[in-house]
Write a protein that binds this ligand. Sequence first.
Ligand SMILES: Nc1ncnc2c1ncn2[C@@H]1O[C@H](COP(=O)(O)OP(=O)(O)OP(=O)(O)O)[C@@H](O)[C@H]1O
Ligand SMILES: [Mg+2]
Length: 243
Amino acid sequence: MSRSVMDTEQTLSPHREDCSQNITGDLAISCADVSLAFGEQHVLDGLCWEVTKGSRVAVMGPSGSGKTSLLHILAGIIIPYSGRVSIAGLDLQRARTKARAVLRQRKVSMVFQFGELLPELRVGENVALPLLLRGDKPSVDLVNGVLEAVGFDNPKAWPAQLSGGETQRVAIARALVTQPEVILCDEPTGSLDKESSKLVVSVLRGAASDSGATLVVCTHDQSVADQMGEVYDLTQGRLAHRQ
Ligand SMILES: Nc1ncnc2c1ncn2[C@@H]1O[C@H](COP(=O)(O)OP(=O)(O)OP(=O)(O)O)[C@@H](O)[C@H]1O
Ligand SMILES: [Mg+2]
């Protein structure tokens, strides 16, 4: 069970609950009193969160509530101005830039709303890229196998030739190829029709359960959230567990 340390009945501000960081072996993610601002704008305000390894979690919230910012913090791309964040066993505040890069190469992957494949590389090359960047030499069989797992069998295709759903499935393959412990997805079905969205979510769920990875999906789509084990709402800079 993942849980927000926050009691949803509590007043959100200016109260700060005590959520000392509790790094135990069964947690994939731990956020303790995390705050983030862009200039005068406060986006996260004492956010506390724990996600158990292997769980599937949806994060919902209005546009501008901070979902993408939270994912960027979890991926070690931006550093909050206060609080502690651990993911896949790494304390991000203590980690150096290099350690955060290694985290993204080996333990944490992201899937973006539009897939963000590199247009000048073929599908197979896009999938192989995270392994090449970390110095591995992936075999063709490995790359094709990961693509097969997401139901795509044309590694020689160019990204421009793919539909939105196919693009997302290839992006998921690219995220999975490193065998990450945590998969962070930022509106992975935001640009898809209902049918493609269903397929993409089932691929994500299947891949996560096969590998035991923890899955965090930010979404505006209730039907996507319903397919995750737990749902959190991000409002006023904090996460509340939806009962
Ligand atoms: N690099 C940045 N510089 C300044 N402000 C930023 C930056 N990144 C995000 N913001 C602001 O922080 C707030 C939260 O943005 P974020 O993208 O995290 O929201 P979101 O919940 O993902 O929204 P959406 O559902 O539209 O994707 C927004 O008001 C946004 O304008
Ligand atoms: Mg966003």
